[in-house]
Design a protein around this ligand. Structure first.
Ligand code: ADP
Ligand code: MG
Length: 697
């Protein structure tokens, strides 16, 4: 791909565009808001709106839209034209400060978890000046927060912004206690890695389960899957390469740069990592990346699957969330430097993260919980549903030395010698060897590997920020009272390691023995979404969110309700789709083939009764038995579905579905998949796994 530097960020109203478009004093004030989180003087809104509109029109926009992330998990927008009136035959195109700052979409169709009464249909969107406006098609999209008439957060962005504020506040308090008064602001950086599958559109359209649920509800394993490991990092096929190239080009225009693109483990699976940026922007950008990829895939006659587990028995997709925290003075607080043992600030922040992850394991697990991610976590391909931290040998050594009150610890870099004079010797990176860890330290950041590919990363980062803010608050309190800072830092770090030892784990997280070991250590293990969601409103969690002004108890309860609802609805759709396909496609297909077999047996014996029809008879018998079972399981699933439907308590309903419907779905699938392997291809009513997985030629 030819990268044209002038094209970068062409469609985003970023700092460069603002500097050009705004008067100097307006730009400087806006920059203070963006960089330091200072509140914006609303009198500036008119000038910003005017400049933004002119810039957008010059770049082809005719409409504008407040772009927001309601609790459905995807983005929403409502387009308005810039056209206000026509004067002497000429259109007057306007965007006022008021329109920039506030929108009033009808909120009644968005989930509110009971926060919005029916008579208060209106919701409000409020401009988020810390995320850049951008142009998509002919529309200027203005990132906004979304709240109810009563001021309750109804979106993913509001709590995220509040958590960023909370983290900043507590970090500054800590720096003040450390007498590091030059730090005025801290920045959280996030770089998500997005995994996905590509399926040919023609093949996709023949799979009703993929169309309606995003995953295959049936499908016998392909004779060839990922066992040869030949797809991982393999040569990218031309059609896929041309899709990736267009994605790069379009993201580039939006100021988003794709850092790596490669094939993933499974056939047709790929990854796109964008270069990290500030937390809020990264969360918005990830939504935009998913949206752009979906559109561009369609142009290349592909359908993109973001589901965490579109194919059973094949590696699923995640979204690793790389997270770090730095100061406005340019220090990455998670960077150990050459002598981590002596790097007190690093050790304090490391301790803060360890404490946060241990104290709020449950919330971190909840932040990635969904019906679809349940298929992936703990399935020997992704981290288990148990949270633990991997630190690597060097940091583990440092922490041990601190725990032992040693006076020094020498970090050493191991070299990898390749045995040939011409090849360079490489420094061994001992922080990134454990791929099975859900929360791994990777040199100057932490990588949270549990988030699913289908969901945005706002929830995960909201919890990380808030939990770390709470650790920093505790540390700051101790340091404020201290008359020997060095000694207090040492004892904070030492105490944290001792107290939170149980969360540190370097072994194989995919191993069953770890599940037992984790239980002995008293770590949380919530294998499914309902198991996790129950704990969302535990007293300690309500307290955390309320104390840091991230979510009120009401808002948290509403979110819990919505998450339960999403779980229930997702599985209900899957159950209905399964019943529909079994009744309308699969049973008739098997029946038709049985009829054909019966006819053949008759024909053969009519020709010569001594000729064996054993194959036909055996197959007929087995398929008839299977057909009876499919019929039985389908009816049972339907009956239980109606039973589930009658349960009015959403928590009970979620558990009933998990405990009763999921096992029935698995039984039905098993017998259908077995039947598939016995049927000729032209009798089977949908494309097979091999067709789906190798369709991207
Ligand atoms: P992996 O080895 O996990 O596949 P990648 O190179 O694919 O790693 O992705 C690493 C991601 O981490 C990228 O999105 C990158 O921008 C991001 N990243 C790098 N440094 C930081 C940092 N200091 N803070 C946050 N994210 C970072
Ligand atoms: Mg990664």
């Amino acid at each position: 791909m030819k990268i044209v530097p002038e094209e970068f960020g062409k469609l985003v109203f970023n700092e460069n565009a603002m500097r050009k478009a705004l008067a100097k004093d307006v730009f400087e004030k806006l920059e203070q808001t963006i960089k330091n989180g200072e509140s914006l003087d609303s009198s500036l809104a008119n000038s910003v709106a005017e400049a933004m509109k002119d810039w957008a029109i010059a770049n082809g926009a005719t409409h504008y839209s407040h772009w927001f992330q309601p609790l459905t998990g995807i983005t929403a927008e409502k387009h308005e034209s810039f056209l206000t009136t026509v004067s002497s035959g000429s259109p007057i195109l306007e965007l006022s400060g008021k329109e920039l700052i506030k929108g009033e979409p009808d909120a009644s169709s968005f989930p509110s978890g009971g926060l919005r009464s029916t008579f208060e249909a209106r919701g409000y969107t409020a401009w988020d000046p810390t995320s850049f406006a951008f142009i998509k098609g002919n529309t200027l999209c203005i990132p906004t927060a979304f709240c109810s008439y009563g001021g309750h957060a109804l979106d993913k962005k509001t709590p995220l912004l509040r958590s960023i504020d909370a983290l900043n506040k507590e970090a500054l308090r800590l720096f003040k206690a450390l007498k590091m008064n030059d730090v005025k602001h801290i920045v959280t950086n996030v770089g998500p890695e997005q995994e996905y599958f590509l399926v040919d559109k023609g093949v996709f359209e023949k799979r009703l389960d993929l169309i309606l649920t995003g995953r295959t509800l049936f499908g016998a394993p392909s004779p060839r899957g990922q066992e040869l490991d030949d797809h991982y990092f393999g040569v990218i096929k031309p059609r896929v390469a041309s899709f990736m190239e267009e994605v790069d080009r379009e993201l580039w225009k939006l100021g988003i740069s794709a850092k790596t693109e490669h094939n993933e483990v499974a056939p047709s699976q790929h990854e796109l990592a964008t270069i990290y940026t500030t937390c809020n922007l990264a969360c918005d950008q990830n939504q935009l990346v998913m949206e752009m990829m979906t559109k561009i895939a369609d142009k290349h006659h592909f359908v993109i699957l973001f589901h965490e587990k579109p194919f059973e028995g094949v590696n699923g997709s995640g979204k690793h969330n790389n997270w770090s925290i730095s100061t406005d003075t340019g220090i990455n607080l998670l960077s150990p430097g050459d002598t981590p043992f002596k790097n007190q600030i690093f050790l304090l922040f490391l301790a803060a993260v360890i404490k946060a992850v241990d104290d709020y394991q449950d919330l971190l697990r909840i932040s990635v919980a969904s019906a679809s991610n349940d298929h992936r976590l703990g399935k020997n391909e992704a981290p288990p549903a148990i949270i633990s931290i991997f630190l690597g040998d060097d940091l583990t050594g440092v922490l041990k030395a601190i725990a032992n009150d040693d006076t020094d610890y020498e970090s050493h870099k191991e070299m990898i010698l390749l045995g040939s004079e011409v090849l360079p010797s490489l420094v061994k990176d001992n922080t990134d060897r454990n791929r099975t860890s859900p929360f791994a330290y990777t040199g100057n950041k932490f990588e949270f590997r549990m988030p699913g590919s289908n969901k945005g990363v706002s929830d995960a980062n909201t919890i990380l920020n808030t939990a770390v803010a709470e650790s920093l608050r505790t540390f700051a309190e101790l340091l404020e009272k201290s008359d020997d800072i060095d000694k207090t830092i040492h004892s904070i770090v030492k105490y944290t390691i001792k107290e939170h030892q149980k969360i540190l784990f370097s072994g194989n997280g995919y191993n069953d023995a770890w599940v037992e070991e984790a239980a002995k250590r008293g770590l949380c293990n919530f294998p499914t979404t309902p198991d996790a969601l129950v704990h969302m409103t535990d007293e300690k969690n309500i307290k955390l969110f309320e104390e840091h002004h991230v979510l009120t108890s009401e808002e948290l309860k509403a979110r819990q309700e919505i998450d339960y609802e999403n779980y229930v609805k997702t599985l209900e759709i899957e159950v209905k789709t399964m019943i529909h396909i079994a009744n309308r496609d699969i049973m008739p297909a098997i029946n038709k083939y049985i009829g054909k077999l019966a006819k053949n047996i008759e024909t053969v014996s009519a020709i010569d009764s001594s000729i064996s029809s054993s194959y036909q008879k055996k197959t007929l018998k087995k398929l008839s038995e299977n057909l009876a079972k499919i019929d039985e399981f389908t009816s049972e699933l339907e009956a239980k579905y109606f039973e589930a439907n009658k349960i009015s308590d959403i928590e009970k309903q979620a558990f009933f579905i998990k405990d009763t419907l999921l096992p029935l779905m698995a039984s039905l699938r098993k017998v259908i998949d077995e039947s598939e392997t016995m049927m000729p291809k032209n009798y089977w009513p949908m494309p097979t796994y091999e067709e789906l997985l190798f369709s991207e030629q």
